[in-house]
Design a protein around this ligand. Structure first.
Ligand code: PLP
Length: 384
């Protein structure tokens, strides 16, 4: 039995699938179950709908349909691009530049590449979480193969100046990738404008299904080795039978994003600002992340002397998250907040609220009340 009495404020982690997306997907698990590569009538019918879905994804990014490759999500897309570029590096450039606050999908792929001899530079960030473009100019050179800077940070919502980063990468002849996983559906993305070579995304972050995502590749960009070899699907760039229901759902969620983005922006921002202003009243509370360059659905806030883990447990059916990760039974503070200069203690006192179009004012008012009550309780007891 599904418990519907949750207040879900963990939308940077994953989102509820839009009912319109589910409706669109169902026929592709029942009557239109054909393999989109088959040349019979059912295959052709399925493929027609894959073409439409690809057009919808491309439209959201102002790209060409042929520039969209479907994968199981952002993690696979990131692995494909990084490892593929290194494997096919005909220009013999030997360096990757990324940032300390990237998602583990990027950082762990880089760690692996370092083990096989690739030179990786991890750029620091300012206290605001923004990168310093002067730092980039200091480290980039003719040796740089790829610069990878995320568009929106998953913990703080900080928006990086990707267009400016691309301009610098171009000056040195380096390729540019952006992880747009947290940006899609929240901010408008125009790949012609930000001019990146590669951009990755995951459907479940914007009310699409899990297990489907992909990447945009500029048709003029370097064509690298695929990660997955086999039946030659996706023009040989990603073999394996296409996840038809997933792709149909992804296409629909992109179409919905395009139609709703402006409307959702103002209503979500209103709720996030209400939450933020009310929680900042709590003594010592502070926001993590640049105030101006921050996406409107995320609030990362520290409550000094409060252990976020305890607060999260006590919030019970209010689903929020913190950035700490469990590695071999050791809980580590968020690498993002540490990179921004927070002490371990303050990082362990930080909580991320991430909102979506499904949140209501009543939910936010209830959350504010509960957070205030619990923090008061913790401060006046032995927990704090
Ligand atoms: N990049 C960012 C910024 C993310 O937030 C996530 C997921 O949390 C990923 C990459 C990986 O996405 P997925 O697990 O869907 O592959």
């Amino acid at each position: 039995m599904i418990n519907t009495s949750y207040i879900y404020l963990d939308n940077a982690s994953t989102t509820r699938v839009d009912d319109k997306v589910i409706k669109e997907m169902i026929p592709f698990m029942s009557e239109f179950y054909g393999n989109s590569s088959s040349s019979h009538a059912l295959g052709i019918e399925t493929n027609k709908n894959i073409i439409i879905a690809r057009q919808n994804v491309a439209k959201l990014f102002n790209a060409e349909p042929k520039e969209i490759i479907f994968t199981s999500g952002a993690t696979e897309a990131i692995n494909t691009i990084f490892k593929g570029l290194v494997a096919s590096n005909r220009t013999k450039r030997s360096q990757i530049i990324t940032v300390t606050t990237e998602h583990s999908a990027v950082l762990d792929t880089c760690k692996y590449l370092e083990e096989i001899g690739v030179d990786v530079i991890y750029m620091p960030v300012l206290e605001s979480g923004l990168i310093d473009l002067c730092e980039l100019r200091k480290v980039i050179s003719e040796k740089t193969l790829l610069v990878s800077v995320m568009l929106v940070n998953n913990e703080t919502g900080v928006i990086q100046p990707v267009k400016e980063v691309t301009e610098i990468a171009r000056e040195f002849g380096a390729l540019m990738m952006t992880d747009a996983t947290q940006a899609v559906g929240k901010i408008s993305i125009d790949v012609q404008d930000i001019d990146v070579d590669y951009l990755v995304f995951s459907g479940h972050k914007f009310h699409g299904p899990k297990g489907i995502g992909g990447y945009y590749h500029n048709s003029k960009a370097f064509n690298f080795q695929p990660l997955i070899h086999g039946g030659g699907q996706e023009k040989g760039r990603r073999s394996g039978t296409l996840n038809v229901p997933g792709i149909i759902g992804l296409g629909k969620s992109c179409e919905i994003c395009l139609n709703e983005i402006e409307k959702n922006k103002s209503s979500i921002k209103k709720l996030r600002d209400l939450l933020e202003n009310e929680l900042l009243v709590i003594e010592g509370a502070f926001i993590n992340g640049d105030k101006e360059n921050r996406v409107y659905n995320i609030l990362n806030i520290s409550f000094p002397d409060i252990e976020a883990d305890i607060l999260i447990k006590m919030l019970n059916n209010i689903c929020v998250s913190n950035g700490s990760a469990c590695h071999s039974e050791l809980i580590e503070p968020s690498h993002v907040l540490r990179a921004m200069g927070l002490s371990n203690k303050d990082a362990f006192s930080s909580i991320r609220f991430s909102l979506s179009k499904y949140n209501t004012e009543d939910e936010i008012l209830y959350t504010i009340k509960k957070v205030k009550e619990i923090i008061y309780q913790l401060k006046t007891s032995n927990y704090a």
